[in-house]
Design a protein around this ligand. Structure first.
Ligand code: SF4
Length: 124
């Protein structure tokens, strides 16, 4: 029988993979071969750790929860516009070097724009 941490990790991975549509608790337990009691315990634990959130939903006449991850699955779309991918300085760029990501305005601007915040260059 898998350890509790492994069950939580498996559950979280499944929930992350369902993305924005989430997954009903009962579907998750079925995929994991877990009992509803064990499944409820896992979802409460994941919620208390701040990894997921639950929304009540009426499904086939019964109230249940749909589970959503607070983490988003990583996709190539999220990094395709990163300036490092096409940077002519990338071969010379390293932590602690003359050219470094720690002090790169292009990278900083991209991170700020990706985060949806105001893109102010460092020092301004
Ligand atoms: S951190 Fe800046 S300098 Fe370094 S590879 Fe990325 S864009 Fe180029």
């Amino acid at each position: 029988m898998p350890k509790r941490n492994e069950l939580e990790q498996n559950a979280l991975q499944i929930i992350i993979e369902t993305g924005s549509k989430g997954v009903l608790q009962s579907e998750l337990w079925r995929k994991m071969n877990a009992s509803s009691r064990e499944g409820s315990r896992i979802s409460i634990k994941l919620e208390s750790k701040g990894l997921i959130y639950r929304e009540r939903e009426l499904h086939k006449g019964r109230w249940t929860y749909r589970l959503y991850s607070k983490r988003k699955p990583i996709s190539i779309d999220s990094i395709i516009s990163c300036p490092c991918l096409t940077c002519t300085e990338s071969s010379k760029c390293e932590a602690g070097g003359t050219i470094t990501p720690n002090d790169c305005e292009k990278l900083t601007m991209w991170i700020l724009e990706s985060a949806g915040g105001e893109a102010n260059p460092p020092g301004e």
